[in-house]
Ligand binder design. Sequence first.
Ligand SMILES: NC(=O)c1ccc[n+]([C@@H]2O[C@H](COP(=O)([O-])OP(=O)(O)OC[C@H]3O[C@@H](n4cnc5c(N)ncnc54)[C@H](OP(=O)(O)O)[C@@H]3O)[C@@H](O)[C@H]2O)c1
Length: 220
Amino acid sequence: MRRLREAVAGLDVGMLVNNAGVAKPGAVYLHEVDVEAWVRMIRVNALALTEVTAAVLPGMLRRGRGAIVNIGSGSSFALPSYPLYSVYVATKRYVLEFSRSLSVEYKSSGIDVQCQVPLLVETNMVSSAARLIRQFVLTPDAYARAAVSWIGHGTLCVPNAVHRLQGWYICFWQDFITDGSLLRRHLKQRVIFRRLRSWRKSQEAGWASDSAKATMRCEL
Ligand SMILES: NC(=O)c1ccc[n+]([C@@H]2O[C@H](COP(=O)([O-])OP(=O)(O)OC[C@H]3O[C@@H](n4cnc5c(N)ncnc54)[C@H](OP(=O)(O)O)[C@@H]3O)[C@@H](O)[C@H]2O)c1
C-alpha cells in the first residue's frame, strides 16, 4: 500500500479500472485444492481491488472528480449460482456490493463508481470448454468497445447487448433448472481441467527426469 500510494502521489489519476482477476484453479469442488489457491484468488479479486481503490481515492477527492470501474462478473449477478466456482463467484459478489455502496458514498464528491458485470468473453480466463458455446462468447474487442461507452452511465451495467439478452433469457428459467445445467456444464469442465493438470504434471516429470539425466551425463 505504501509503494502504491507513493507511485500515484504525483499523478492525476482520472480513472481507475480494476480489471485484474483470477479464476484459477477453474471448475473444482472446494475441498479438491489447497486452501492457498483460494487465498490467492481472494487476494487478487477482492483485497487488491480494495487496496488500489483506497490508494487512488484521496487524489480523486482532492480534485473533486474521477471514475472507478470495477470488473465484476455476470456469474454473481445474472445467475442463481455458479457451482464449482464458489470462491470466484463470491469474490465477484464482493466487487458488486463494494461498488454499489462506494458509488453512493462518493457520488456527491464527483466520483463515479461503476461495476460492470460481463458474461463470457473470449480471454485466457475462459476455458476451451466454454469456448465451445461460441455464440454466447464475445470477443475482447466487442466487449471493450461496449464497456468504454458505458463508463459514467450507471452503478451497475452489462455493457454488451448480447450479454444483456443472455441475462434476460436466463430470467425465464426456474433457478433449479439453471443450477442443474450449470453444474452439469462445470462438471464437464472439471474433467477437462483434471486431464490437463495430470498431462502438465507428466510433462513436468518428463522434463525433470530428462534434465536429471542430462545433469548425470555432465557429471559423468
Ligand atoms: N473472460 C470472461 O468471460 C469474464 C467474465 C466475467 C468477468 N471477467 C472478469 O474480467 C476481468 C479480466 O479477466 P480476463 O477475462 O481478461 O482474464 P485473463 O485473460 O486471465 O486476464 C486476467 C488479468 O488479470 C491480471 N492479473 C491476474 N493476477 C494478477 C496479479 N496477481 N497481479 C496483477 N495482475 C494480475 C493478469 O495480468 P497478467 O497478464 O500480467 O498475468 C491479466 O491481465 C477479471 O476480473 C475477470 O474476473 C471475465
